[in-house]
Design a protein around this ligand. Structure first.
Ligand SMILES: *[C@@H]1O[C@H](CO)[C@@H](O)[C@H](O)[C@H]1NC(C)=O
Ligand SMILES: *[C@@H]1O[C@H](CO)[C@@H](O)[C@H](O)[C@H]1NC(C)=O
Ligand SMILES: *[C@@H]1O[C@H](CO)[C@@H](O)[C@H](O)[C@H]1NC(C)=O
Length: 856
């Protein structure tokens, strides 16, 4: 029986699905999944969902071919008869040929007046007719005492550049659109509340004031309330995600929300800044970000601005945060009133610029929640980011045609060095000063916008992948199980790779911009590990420096670091990565492998390719490119989290403590001068996923599970489609996997690092029920109604992840400083209406980020 069905895509869906605002969720009655349906498959979306008894809720934000689907809870029970590999074989026979692959997958308040010294602020106010009462206290706009330290935008205002026509969205905890200081600039169409699924981002919790304050910095109206925003004629939208748990689906949608109209997404949040967390956006969120880059703003790319983080006091570094170390983010750290480095502001090689925020006696003065209320204690890096956003809004108002990379180039080129005596500065190969604390320097609004006016747009993006290099047979499977690798001795371990001119030409690669480096390192104490990348020209990027409080035993399972320090450097020659630890008694680890991607501009723009987010990106060795699939179900089970409030790790004295400019961010102790060079093995191009899998004993169980899951899905849908023929070698591989099938699936999900292979684990968990159960199964559909006691919400239930977190008792106990008590008891009710959790241990420890890190 062949099942080639013509495409009837989307036609049966009500058109409003594509345009309407996200639907309310009903977690108590339904399980939600994401279905990635590639139109190139043989079956229509409709056929897929109908056969599975699913219901399409809506497209996942702006992600094409990704559908949020749901299914009533009591129906959801998937079983398979006997051996999934056998089923796979039968499926293949029926269809004749084909292969199946799994693919699864975010004040200085000196009184004004008193006839005192000359005030530039007052002169500016009078020239521009600014009557806002706190304007003269907004030192970040005009700094009377330290005039070299301010965003320096008043000269632009005088030229009439005030941000008109540009929309920035505050992805935050709410936005007081009723404030007299914001109402006139509020962009309702681009606003949404993803926590409560309402149209407007109303601040509701007692501490929902952060988004409003940040919005004021960008778009506070020039009127008689508080102060003004940097782009006071621009519009601001509010996207509320920080006031409660948020699923990956909603986070993905939030980062693309209104992205045709909204230009800039101001994001002052991320994984906990506790110096112990290391978390990156999940597959779906990464896809949304790339979607924003490729399709947002009419294809010029959404501008994502991320605050570098407030955890420097805990040795936290922005390279341990997958949002701030993304090449798609402009990462902004803070400097204070005197231009000094505030002790909270995180350093790392991914920092691009600094903008002004709290410290050395002054904080940011801006709008607050409430009628005519002004904030005077706003600060942290999360107040630096919106200051940069304001400048970018001014630039886009005069140059709306600039791409996301143009905006980054302008940062690199126009940022100004401050505190030149600071030992953290180094000169890059391109001759620019760079510092882990300040990035390329302070963002000067005037300089930036003037440069933007004359900027020649860069050519499209190109990249050059250095495939994973295995060290001493190091491997990591999909569960995050690492084996092999070279022991990290006191001298450290070094590995090299040479980039040639031919490689650049082959990859249509011209000018270097970002570099991402992925490492596989096992270690008994992650905080001890130091990682450095040294360029052919001897420029060193510290990617990881030691972290006092990071006791994690999970190492770096394919963790991606990023550096902007090699921007415009000529990349030809030998690149060296060095891994070292503190040599602490009783702590040790292995360096298993690394890979590197150079990002830059094309030689020939007409040959530019479009980047696709790789699936299974963290395996060592790399999975073969042919691992492609057609249909996937991703449960949201493990993907719901609560972000800490941006201020949760901001020290309370952030505004008063004097900053510094005398300390290097990371100790400059050179790593051993005679490092051990290990055997490096670079897999050949045609060595793929399946041959590699053969070496990974523990992997087989997982893979078995995944194949089984996909098979069951295919069977039950009554449809299956193939993209590619499979070769005999791989077919044989399937059979070898069949021998090893006695591991209860539910026990597998518990292991591994959340940072890697995450999406895949989720796919796996979704079918955690696909175990060796013997009840009879519907021959045709592969589905059967489960006995209630068999239903394992741990494996399937949407809420199990954040149920733990939402427990008000534990919330109070563990997150006192930032947890919001849900005002709306619905949060709790929908969670606890789950049946008792008898299910898989796979769900434990998969709750919110800070939850996971607190447990550590
Ligand atoms: C600030 O802007 C002015 C023009 O308004 C410009 O002359 C100056 O160089 C800029 N930078 C500083 C640090 O003042
Ligand atoms: C948003 O952009 C779309 C497409 O460019 C346009 O049709 C629409 O009018 C815009 N909406 C608003 C409110 O500006
Ligand atoms: C890696 O594996 C190969 C083949 O199995 C073996 O010959 C070699 O000795 C191994 N290398 C190390 C460093 O373990």
């Amino acid at each position: 029986m062949r099942l080639p069905l013509p495409l009837v895509l989307l036609l049966l869906l009500p058109p409003c699905v594509l345009t309407s605002r996200p639907a309310k969720r009903s977690y108590s009655t339904h399980d939600y999944y994401v279905l990635e349906h590639l139109p190139s498959g043989a079956a229509s979306l409709d056929e897929c969902v109908n056969n599975l008894g699913l219901e399409v809720v809506e497209q996942v934000g702006e992600l094409r071919d990704h559908w949020l689907v749901r299914r009533r809870k009591q129906d959801w029970y998937v079983r398979t008869e006997g051996d999934p590999v056998e089923l796979l074989r039968r499926m293949r026979e029926r269809a004749g040929t084909g292969s199946v692959h799994a693919r699864s997958e975010p004040v200085h308040v000196e009184g004004d007046g008193d006839g005192e010294v000359k005030s530039t602020a007052r002169e500016v106010a009078s020239r521009l007719g600014i009557r806002d009462p706190t304007f003269t206290k907004q030192w970040h706009l005009v700094n009377d005492e330290f005039p070299e330290h301010m965003m320096n935008v008043s000269g632009l205002w005088e030229e009439g550049i005030t941000g008109a026509g540009v929309i920035s969205a505050l992805v935050d905890d709410g936005l007081d659109y009723n404030s007299d200081d914001l109402a006139a600039n509020f962009f309702a169409e681009g606003s949404y509340d993803f926590n409560d699924h309402e149209d407007l981002p109303t601040p509701k919790l007692f501490d929902d004031h952060h988004g409003t304050r940040c919005a004021g910095q960008i778009g506070a109206v020039k009127n008689d309330v508080c102060g003004v925003g940097i782009a006071y004629d621009s519009k601001v939208a509010g996207i509320r995600i920080l006031s409660g748990p948020i699923s990956d689906v909603d986070e993905a949608a939030s980062l693309n929300y209104g992205y045709h109209n909204t230009s800039i997404y101001s994001c002052s949040w991320g994984p906990s800044d506790d110096g112990r967390s290391m978390e990156a956006p999940g597959y779906l969120i990464e896809k949304a970000v790339v979607n924003g880059i490729q399709n947002g703003r009419g294809g010029k790319g959404s501008i994502f601005v991320f605050a570098s983080g407030n955890g420097a006091v805990h040795d936290d570094q922005c390279n341990f945060d997958g949002y701030t170390n993304s090449i798609y983010s402009i990462t902004v750290a803070a400097v204070d009133y005197k231009g000094l480095h505030p002790y909270y502001s995180e350093a790392c090689a991914a920092n691009m610029v600094v903008a002004y925020s709290s410290g050395s006696g002054n904080s940011i003065v801006t709008t607050d929640v409430g009628k005519n209320k002004c904030a005077t204690t706003h600060g942290g890096t999360s107040a630096a980011a919106p200051n940069a956003v304001g400048v970018f809004a001014l630039a886009l108002s005069v140059r709306p045609d600039l791409s996301w990379r143009d905006m980054q180039h302008l940062c690199v080129r126009t940022a100004e060095m401050i505190n030149p005596e600071d030992p953290d500065w180094e000169i890059t190969a391109a001759g620019r000063p760079f510092s882990y604390k300040y990035g390329f320097g302070r963002l000067d609004g005037y300089k930036y916008v003037k440069a933007a006016q004359d900027w020649e747009p860069v050519k499209p993006q190109a990249w050059l992948d250095v495939q994973p290099i295995q060290i001493a047979n190091g491997t990591m499977d999909i569960l995050g199980t690492m084996s092999g690798g070279a022991p990290i001795t006191t001298e450290g371990v070094r590995s090299t790779f040479t980039i040639t001119q031919e490689m650049l030409a082959e990859n249509n690669f011209e000018g270097l911009e970002h570099i991402t480096v992925k490492v596989w390192i096992s270690h008994t104490r992650r905080g001890d590990v130091e990682v450095e990348l040294v360029s052919p020209n001897g420029v060193k990027s510290v990617l990881a420096a030691k972290r006092r409080y990071d006791n994690a035993i999970t190492g770096f399972p394919g963790w991606r670091f990023m550096t902007v320090k090699h921007w415009d450097e000529k990349p030809v020659g030998e690149w060296t990565i060095r891994v070292n630890d503190q040599g602490s008694e009783g702590e040790s680890g292995n360096f298993l492998g690394w890979s590197m991607t150079l990002w830059g501009s094309t030689i020939d723009a007409s040959k530019a390719k479009q980047y696709e987010v790789p699936f299974l990106a963290s395996l060592l060795p790399a999975p073969h490119e042919d691992v492609v699939t057609t249909t996937t179900i991703l449960p949201l089970t493990t993907a719901t989290k609560s972000y800490p409030k941006p201020t949760s790790h901001l020290p309370t004295d952030h505004g008063s403590v004097e900053g510094e400019a005398t300390k290097a961010a990371f100790s400059n102790k050179p790593i051993a001068t005679t490092p051990t060079v290990q055997d490096s093995i670079t897999p050949t191009a045609d060595e793929g996923w399946f041959p590699d899998m053969e070496n990974l004993v523990s992997n087989q169980k997982w893979f078995f599970g995944a194949v089984g899951a996909v098979v069951v899905f295919g069977l039950s849908a009554g449809i299956f489609f193939w993209r590619r023929a499979v070769n005999r070698r791989r077919r044989a591989q399937y059979s070898t996997l069949a021998r090893d099938d006695d591991v209860p699936m539910s026990s597998i999900g518990a292991g591994g690092g959340r940072a890697t292979g995450q999406g895949t684990k989720e796919l796996y968990d979704a079918f955690g029920e696909v175990s060796d159960d013997e009840d009879d199964v519907d021959e045709h559909t592969g589905l059967t109604a489960g006995r209630p006691e068999d239903r394992s919400p741990g494996g399937l239930g949407f809420h199990s992840g954040f149920l733990d977190d939402d427990d008000p008792e534990s919330a109070r106990a563990t997150h006192t400083s930032y947890r919001d008590e849900p005002e709306d008891p619905d949060h709790l009710r929908s969670g606890s209406s789950q049946p008792s959790r008898t299910g898989s241990p796979g769900s434990s420890g998969t709750g919110s980020w800070e939850h996971a890190s607190q447990l550590r």
